[in-house]
Design a protein around this ligand. Sequence first.
Ligand code: KG4
Ligand code: ZN
Length: 338
Amino acid sequence: KEPIYILAIESSCDDTSAAILNHKNVLSNITASQKIHEEYGGVVPELASRAHQQNIVPVVHQALNKANIDKKLISAIAFTRGPGLMGSLLVGTSFAKSLALGLDVPLIEVNHMQAHILAHFIEGQEDGIPEFPFLAMTISGGHTQIVLVKDYFDMEILGETLDDAVGEAFDKSAKILGLPYPGGPLVDKYAKEGNADAFQFPKPKVEGLNFSFSGLKTSILYFIQKETAKNPNFIEENLVDICASIQKTIIGILMDKLKKAVKQTGIKNIAIGGGVSANSGIRNALRTAEKNRGWKTYIPKFEYCTDNAAMIGIVGYLKFNEMDFTNQSVSAKARYKI
Ligand code: KG4
Ligand code: ZN
């Protein structure tokens, strides 16, 4: 039955999102972000699931309205099965199952981490579509992975974080500096005006292609405590330089591992995804590697980097083509490997 329309739902963390895709084209991609967590300096799971419950119907309605299609035309419902917060996933999963029953259309389950990677296959992006095989680095508040992507659904994790995600490293550093949550974008903003060589922070020694960020956070905390004991105005007098130095260290850690992955695999096609892809430091580093190392890099549109339903929809479309449907007994999975 042509044309194909996929209605996609994402609710794995603190964003409630719904999208409509016509094949690989995004007709609408509506996201309700939850402000409530700012007060707590991080995502509170119980509050996240309650907010999803409130947001999901209006968000799906808006997505249908913006796409301007009748719900009778929907070919299938795609939803995030995992990984993520159980209470959050349950809202999207239950809603998707009910909607598929009500509309009498197939149901498609999607792995959120695969979706971050396959977001590159959404039509109309600046860098075009990556060729297989490629390396994907997913960097966000919840994830930090380097994945070897051999085909749409043939992926292998080469490395991942052993503790904090890279977005958390940004956010926790920002918190130490007294900046509001999420502090990543602010560190980036101040870093642009600062001297990245002003202060030195140690890079962790981690085997292979895995990452660790918790030690960095501790060394920043000790450094700030030591300096403010000597000068109570240390942070405000040096904010831009501190931010620039922290950002340089974090981006250095990411780039070292990417270079290692390229050396190990011989693959120079590099795609990134996740909220930290917005960071100017990682963008510049990748563009430089493109010139100096002959890499081909792919940075998706920002709206497809952060958590969004359009990326769930593209996976839904790819699975629809393979008739890879799931049945009504499917349940959410908080831990779900690629
Ligand atoms: O993908 P995302 O919206 O949500 C998940 O965590 O899955 O990513 C949010 C993360 C936060 O940690 C935020 O601080 C970080 O991405 N982030 C940034 C920037 N923009 C967002 N970190 C550094 N520089 C940025 N410009
Ligand atoms: Zn995500």
